[in-house]
Design a protein around this ligand. Structure first.
Ligand code: ADP
Length: 499
């Protein structure tokens, strides 16, 4: 938009489910909503219709500087540094209560902006409440150790916050990705500047208003809408940001790492792409396994870093599983995310739609068999029918590359050894799953699959207490669980000479 375009800091929105609410549009810096320094704005598109629904203010590098200064001041000088850990926890619990009170509004915004079906959007808000309550409980239980060395010295460690944390998140779970990072960072006593994905800025801005209401001191939480190449890059290379937590593609993850290395060697954690294997052994409960396989790939329109996109079925049950899976996938109802009958919404944007469709064309040209789907649904918005390719070989790009849409590749395996070999034949290592009734087989897979999560007889078994993160090119660092606290603290060792 032209630099002179006037845009208010909030606006009444009416959503397709009839909900009316006041949508914040500004950048959330130092406890208030403000316009960007360069007075830029950008458009927000509803993926269900492809139509522009409004605009938000855009952060550039100058706004990142202002937000970082506010976060740094809050970290060192403000009421934040004097606040007890218990009070920090209390703020997180209060924010969880506010999310609960605003559940319908937040879930509606998420469905509207991202296109995910309303029930799944509600599930995301529940998850966020869980993160806030889990880390709210941790806030006053983060402590160091006394370490005995010799009678003449007294040594102890402290787990200190790192400082100003930068956070860069993607569009597939806009609110969830926001709070999965904010909750542990705040529990540990950090302050933060978070940039949302340009395609989905709305729910985080609404959550920013709830942070205001919860009573977080100004500057502790700053939330910016903006683009990766400008605001995102400014965060990654900022000299006063001490840590960056990034979720997104492996390509951008590399750029973040490079920017950190070339600036102030800030600590980084990267939650990146995946091409996760979903393995069904011949002794599995086939009906249940097919349900998990279906959810594992098609949940959130296939836009999950953990998506089980490579499906390996033991040869003797292959035909039966392919038939059952096709039937299950064809029962998915595509439609308006607010319609109760819908179980799959659109892809998030035209660019994603085109990307996924080009992979479908690639799959066909590589010689895989298109079992179902492979085409657009409806005439408006970015809907793609659940797509299943069979007879996919390991060398095909649709077996190796992350598609990030409702597209999966099925192939056969001979025995456990073969399945482990195929499961591990990827540069990624985010998640994996195995269906079997044998405890020994389950344990063998869980020992040998090289992935941050191994789900046995289930999929996407997320819980605030369970660490999640990647092996290999799926990144490093862990979200959730106690492990995430390690990513947001640093250890200080104090030694006192008593002799
Ligand atoms: P996707 O392609 O799925 O959007 P990306 O990895 O491109 O995933 O984006 C994830 C997040 O990273 C978004 O918030 C995006 O704006 C941001 N981003 C993109 N490029 C950069 C960059 N060069 N530096 C920092 N952040 C970036």
């Amino acid at each position: 938009m032209p630099a002179s375009a006037p845009l208010s800091l909030s606006q009444k929105f009416k959503l397709p489910n009839g909900l009316e609410y006041e949508q914040p549009l500004g950048l959330f810096i130092n406890g208030e909503f403000v316009p960007g320094k360069e007075r830029k704005t950008f458009e927000v598109v509803n993926p269900t219709t492809g139509k522009v629904v409004g605009e938000v203010h855009e952060a550039t590098a100058a706004d990142v500087d202002i937000a970082v200064d506010a976060a740094e001041a809050a970290f060192y000088d403000g009421s934040w540094s004097r606040m007890s850990s218990g009070e920090r926890g209390h703020l997180l619990l209060k924010l969880a209560d506010l999310l609960e009170e605003n559940m319908t509004t937040l879930a509606s915004i998420e469905s509207f902006d991202n296109g995910k079906v309303f029930q799944q959007a509600k599930g995301d808000v529940y998850s966020c409440m869980g993160f806030l309550r889990y880390y709210g409980g941790w806030a006053d239980k983060i402590h160091g150790k006394v370490i005995e060395t010799s009678p003449g010295s007294f040594n102890f460690t402290k787990q200190e916050p790192i400082g100003v944390c930068g956070m860069i998140i993607p569009w597939n779970f806009p609110l969830l990705n926001c709070l999965i990072k904010i909750a542990p960072a705040i529990a540990c006593g950090n302050t933060l500047v978070l940039k949302t994905a340009d395609r989905t800025p709305l729910s985080a801005l609404y959550a920013a208003r709830l942070c205001q209401e919860a009573g977080f001191p100004p500057g502790v939480i700053n939330i910016l809408s903006g683009f990766g190449k400008t605001a995102g890059a400014a965060i990654a290379s900022h000299m006063k940001i001490q840590k960056v937590s990034f979720t997104g593609s492996t390509v951008v993850g590399r750029q973040i790492m490079k920017a950190a290395a070339e600036s102030n060697l800030k600590k980084i954690s990267l939650e990146l792409g995946g091409k996760s294997p979903h393995i069904i052994c011949k002794d599995a409960d086939i009906g249940r396994a097919v349900e998990w396989v279906n959810a594992g790939i098609f949940y959130n329109s296939g836009q999950c870093c953990s998506a089980g996109s490579r499906i390996y079925v033991q040869a003797s049950i292959y035909d039966k599983v392919v038939e059952a899976f096709k039937k299950r996938a064809q029962a998915i109802v595509l439609g308006n995310p607010f319609d109760e009958a819908s179980s799959q919404g659109p892809q998030v944007s035209e660019a994603q739609y085109n990307r996924v469709m080009s992979y479908i064309e690639l799959g066909k040209s590589e010689g895989a068999r298109l079992e179902i789907g492979g085409e657009r649904h409806g005439s408006e918005g970015y809907f793609i029918k659940p797509t299943v390719f069979s007879n996919v070989t390991e060398d095909m790009r649709i077996m190796q590359e992350e598609i990030f849409g409702p597209v999966c590749a099925i192939s056969k395996f001979k025995d456990v050894e073969d399945a482990i070999g195929k499961g591990n034949a990827t540069k990624y290592g985010l998640a994996s799953a195995v269906h079997t009734r044998s405890l020994n087989t389950a344990m063998e897979f869980s020992n040998k699959l090289r992935a941050g999560s191994v789900w046995i007889n289930c999929y996407n078994a997320f819980n605030p207490a369970l660490p999640f993160g990647g092996y290999g090119e799926s990144g490093f660092g862990r979200e959730l669980g106690k492990a995430s606290l390690d990513d947001y603290t640093q250890t200080k060792t104090v030694s006192i000479n008593l002799s």
